[in-house]
Every structure is written in structure tokens, then in C-alpha cells.
Design a protein around this ligand. Sequence first.
Ligand code: NAD
Length: 366
Amino acid sequence: MIDVKEKTILNDAGIFDTMTEFEHEQIMFCSDNASGLKAIIAIHNTVLGPGLGGTRFYNYKSENDAIKDVLRLSRGMTYKASISGLNLGGAKAIIIGDPNRIKSEALFRRFGRFIDNLGGKYITAEDVGTTTSDMEYISMETQHVVGLPEIKGGGGDPSPVTAYGVYLGMKAAAKHTYGNDSLNGKTIAVQGIGKVGYNLIELLHKEGAKIYVTDINEDNLKKANTDFNAISVNNEDIFSLDIDIFAPCAMGAVLNSNTINKLKCSIVAGAANNQLENEDEHGSMLKTKDIVYVPDFLINAGGLINVYSEVNGYNKKIAFAQTEKIYYTVLDILSKAEKENTHTQKAAIAIAENRIKQIMQLKSTI
Ligand code: NAD
């Protein structure tokens, strides 16, 4: 339940101030008493195309937390689409509440109607807390939804493609750091063995990496150990392990002053969105510690590439092939950041923003 005392929006900054600061185009608040739906759709930028971004279903501690999350996530989607060369804008939606308690057909169909009202400016997909079958309910009310099950002509769960992109991005970072991209014998810690994390450790295990894992779900840890010999560590210890690569694959803001101080790895490369609590401060802090950080919105774009390919008729081979570009983009960004003596997040955002600026100029000419 939302704490009433927490209801002030974004503390002192008003919602429009925040939209101005992060350059959001539109925010839609959706409420339906009958189904219990409380959702926010944030459209950040539609210069390159309609805003595509998943719907996160999460039991936020406060409305402030929910708003902050949807604003951060939608902005990240703009950069992710841009840097991946897709003709898509950035948007995201969140539904407030415990998905295990309040999910229903009516709630998703009502949400689908709200999406439909936006006339295609926002296309939804699955995210943390939502599944392909939830997308099916949404698709009963709007065509602006991807991430449908394969038997319905969709691409199904995008997580294996996301994991493949993270794996390739990690290999590119290894090439940049160690001179070759083999992960054989490398020690790698993965935080969060969910849909992406599990697929990732499968690829890492095949390549002969030594894997450490942590998760709040004991069953996931047991499975990772049984299937891939992964060694479990507790949630706090994962940060201070003496390892080569750390892969955050759970929730955001996991790279902050406290955790970065503990890190002993040489590379951070994982799937979680918005890993840096503060982009500039913590991006710089990682650089100062000589830790190569692969920007999250670049390395985890496989899922977006997968759902985007549904828009024009899904083809798994094409989705995987397009995801392979992540390897080369990571190499480019890491060397650009090094040359410009800047942190990698800043270098990646500059490239993403530059593409949007160029396409905006192009669209304004005859
Ligand atoms: P998921 O819900 O399947 O997995 C998340 C896992 O993290 C779960 O096993 C959960 O128990 C664990 N977890 C949660 N809090 C934790 C904590 N504090 N410490 C350790 N473990 C914790 O989600 P997913 O689809 O695997 O996505 C993982 C991350 O990657 C998310 O941040 C998501 O936004 C991002 N991402 C996913 C995709 C995709 O295709 N699924 C695409 C892009 C980005």
C-alpha cells in the first residue's frame, strides 16, 4: 500500500520541472477503481519513432518511487533505441501494486484501452512483473503491444536475446580490457538469476567461466548450482568478491557510492536497467577506479531489438543477428570514452543524443 505521507510528488520539484529537466514529452496517469489499476505511462522522446518500452508491475513503496522509476526507465529507452540504430522512441509504463495479488484479465484489458487512447505513440511489452500472457490480455484492447507468445506470431520472452546481447557486450569489454574476448577461466559474478540472469549464466558456463551468483530467491540459486555449478554468495558479499567481471541482472541503482567502493572487478557488464544511481557521479567513480563499465542501455538492448522485430513480422534469426551488433558498438563506445578521457555512460549518451538530433534535423527538411 502507498503511504499517504509519501504522496508529495518528487519532493520539492514539481512534475513539470522534472519533465523539463529530463525532457519528457508526455506522462499519462491511468486509474480504474473496478480493476484496481493504477498505472503511469511516460513518453520520453518520439523523434525516432513511437516510444516502445515494457510495462513494469511492481509494489512501489510510494507514488514518488513509482514516478521516479518510470521517468528514469523511459529516458533510458530513448537512448537504448537510439544507440541500437532502431527507428523507435523511448517510453515505459509502470503498474503499481503486488502482481501476485492484483493481476487480472480486467486490469490488463483496461490498461490496454489506456494504451490504445495514445493512438500508437506508445507501444508496450513485458518487463519485470509482467509476462507474455499478460501482453495477450492487453492485445485484446489494442494493437500497440509486442512481446506476444510465439504461437500468437510474437517473439515470445525476449530474455534469451537480452542475455545473448549481454554476453556479447561482456566479451567486447573483455577484448577491450584484456586484449582478447575469451571468457574461459574468467571469474564472473551475476546478481539476479531471473529470466536474463539464468540465460546468461548458461552462456558463460558453456564458455568455461567460473560463476558466482546471488539472488533473493533460494530456488533460483539451487537451480544455478545444479545446472551450471554456480557458487552462491549472499547479497552483500557479491560486491566485494575478488573477480574479473560483475554482472548486475536484478534491479536498478545497484552501482552507488557504497557498492562501487567495495568492487574489486575490472569490468561491470550486466542486464539491469539504470544500474548507476547517479549517472555522472557513479559513472566517473567507476572510471576513477579503472573499472570498465558497459552502459546498461547499450548492453541490454537485445530484448528491445527482439520486440522491435515483431513490429514488422517476427523472425528469430534476424533478432539474434541484429543483437550481434552490440559487440561492435560496445567496442566503439569503450574506445571513444578512453580517447576522450570521459566515462563510458557519458560517451554512450552523447552518441545516442547525437543520432536523435541528426534525425530531428533531417525530418525538419523537405
Ligand atoms: P526477473 O524478474 O526475471 O529476474 C530478476 C531476478 O533478480 C529475480 O530472480 C529476483 O529474485 C532477483 N532479485 C531481485 N532483487 C534482488 C536483489 N536485491 N538481490 C539479488 N537478486 C535480486 O527479471 P529479468 O527479466 O531477468 O530482468 C533483470 C533485469 O534486466 C531487470 O532490471 C530488467 O529491467 C532488465 N532487463 C531485462 C530485459 C529482458 O529481456 N527480460 C531486457 C532489458 C533489461
